[in-house]
Design a protein around this ligand. Structure first.
Ligand code: SAM
Length: 328
């Protein structure tokens, strides 16, 4: 979907164009991936502290007026929040936005078709292993078969889909090639995402993306695709003779922030200009105190202008929010 010529675009202080809003609609998840959280399971927040769907729709409507034209629904696991299909349906009525979703895929089966019909144009499925026992270990109990069935169903709808894989040393890093073959077989783009330091054993598990790239280069000829795809920080490559894209998101080892085009909305209603910076702008408080649309727009624009130049990931004193409330 194209935004109209008249839509103003918003640049941050460093000239980065911000047109992408990632919304974590719940901090709850059916899985408990070993690297996503510091070890405790999310305490169920009081429902009243979580944005209602109404409130999210209002924020998206306001944001779409100043150039936010892509919305990603994430979590937690977005498909565990009740009423998400109706929500997506209403979201899709907002003019000028494209709707994307990130999911662990467990509940795609039975929902993929509806998601596509209601207006989700692209799915990113997080899948860290193609081996059942490893998958169960990484996710603390998840069933690989459910995800594969879900992917299969989604493939039949024609929805665009990518697989996101986080290589972990000593666990799944040897599967890069298997993932590429899986991607080629089903026509799925594969993206390798560097592990970010949340869980204490981060250092032992971290695999730099150049290592994965080196390994794949031994088997395939990877050619970098120069046009920017999705405008984000991933670097994309193609294998000669194949259609799929292979992406590398190297938050830790690469110049990552220059291409940043996004802000985030947490389930408890805070705009977060940078994933790895504690700065937040409280929209829920403003909204519930009766702020007007213009006042909310100003707060979001202020958040965009306050976007730091770079993330703070090396200062490994993470301020307590696991990836679940930030949406990855
Ligand atoms: N539940 C959905 C899913 O699994 O895709 C959406 C939320 S999940 C937090 C979004 C993404 O964040 C997943 O691809 C996950 O692998 C990634 N993620 C979580 N913790 C991470 C970490 N420490 N480093 C890198 N990626 C991480």
């Amino acid at each position: 979907m194209h935004h109209s010529e008249k839509t103003p675009m918003l640049l941050d202080r460093y000239g980065r164009r911000i047109d992408y809003l990632r919304i974590s609609i719940t901090d709850l998840c059916n899985l408990d991936c070993i690297y996503c959280w510091k070890g405790r399971r999310t305490k169920k927040r009081a429902r009243s502290n979580i944005l209602t769907y109404e409130e999210i729709l209002r924020i998206v409507t306001i944001s779409s007026r100043f150039g936010i034209n892509r919305i990603r629904i994430t979590g937690g696991e977005p498909l565990v929040r009740k009423g998400f299909i109706d929500f997506i349906e209403r979201l899709s009525m907002i003019e000028g936005i494209e709707i994307l979703m990130t999911t662990n895929g467990t509940f795609l089966k039975g929902h993929a078709k509806r998601l596509y019909e209601t207006g989700v144009s692209q799915l990113n499925v997080s899948l860290d292993s193609l081996r059942e026992n490893r998958y169960r270990y990484i996710t603390k109990g998840g069933g690989l078969e459910d995800v594969l069935c879900g992917i299969d169903e989604a493939l039949n709808t024609g929805i665009r889909m990518k697989i996101n894989m986080v290589p972990l040393r000593g666990i799944n890093e040897d599967e890069a090639d298997e993932f590429i073959r899986f991607g080629i077989r089903y026509g799925l783009d594969i993206r390798f995402i560097e592990l970010m330091p949340i869980a204490p054993e981060w250092k032992e598990r971290f695999v730099p993306n150049h290592k994965i790239m080196g390994r794949l280069n031994g088997r395939y000829t990877l050619r970098e695709v120069n046009e920017s795809i999705g405008g984000g920080p991933a670097r994309y490559f193609r294998i000669d003779g194949e259609k799929i894209l292979i992406g590398f998101i190297s938050a830790m080892s690469d110049g990552f922030c220059e291409g940043c085009n996004r802000i985030r909305l947490t389930p408890d209603g805070k705009i977060r200009p940078c994933l790895w910076d504690g700065l937040e702008f409280d929209l829920i408080k403003r909204m519930r105190a009766g702020a007007t649309d213009d006042e909310l727009a100003l707060a979001i624009q202020e958040a965009i202008r306050s976007k730091p130049l770079r993330h703070n990931m090396y200062k490994i004193n993470y301020e307590g929010r696991g990836m679940r409330t930030l949406g990855g």
